[in-house]
Design a protein around this ligand. Sequence first.
Ligand SMILES: CC(C)(COP(=O)(O)OP(=O)(O)OC[C@H]1O[C@@H](n2cnc3c(N)ncnc32)[C@H](O)[C@@H]1OP(=O)(O)O)[C@@H](O)C(=O)NCCC(=O)NCCS
Length: 183
Amino acid sequence: MTEDLKPWFPIRTARLLLREFRDSDFDDVHEYAADPEVARFMDWGPNAREQTLEFMDRKLQEQTRWPREEVSLAIEHLADARVIGSIRLAVSDRDNLAGDFGYSLNSAYWRQGYATEAARALVDVGFKTLGLHRIWAECDVENVGSWGVMENLGMRREGHFRDGKLIKGAWRDRYLYALLQPE
Ligand SMILES: CC(C)(COP(=O)(O)OP(=O)(O)OC[C@H]1O[C@@H](n2cnc3c(N)ncnc32)[C@H](O)[C@@H]1OP(=O)(O)O)[C@@H](O)C(=O)NCCC(=O)NCCS
């Protein structure tokens, strides 16, 4: 992100803390990353322990650098005192002030508004702190939960990409959603 910017995290929402990963999060992260339901529409997983270890190593390494264009944060459930997912925000096109985000959540916590709560906080940071003009995200057309989050945030479906991504050996259609700062 911009050189003069201080880290904008951790962020506390009503029920969640969005914060950097810690070594001790491994079991919580592996629980959702190893779940085939969670990985169904993703280009990774379900993870073996080694793959989650690689993910954690990569995140802990990234966290030693600042500024960085892409920030991934653990989603900590405050009442349960555990990590239930992760969310990322990237300044993907700095010249055009555009950013994108993505998220994954432990399936035991689905459909309780947690992804909407976390994503809303990051979209807020994107517009108000990072000065982005446009924030977008993509998902599988069958990933109703994911585009449900985007619609909750008031994002607009701008595109339907045929065979937009090769997921686990099959071409999948993708939706593009976006929101502009003035909106
Ligand atoms: C996508 C994901 C993060 C959504 O998390 P979540 O916390 O369940 O989302 P929310 O509870 O905020 O739900 C958002 C909306 O979608 C709806 N929704 C969520 N899951 C749904 C499902 N499986 N079927 C139908 N609707 C669903 C919710 O009801 C809600 O709408 P509402 O506010 O009108 O009730 C979660 O399903 C997940 O981790 N999936 C696996 C990883 C993944 O696919 N990530 C996204 C990649 S693009």
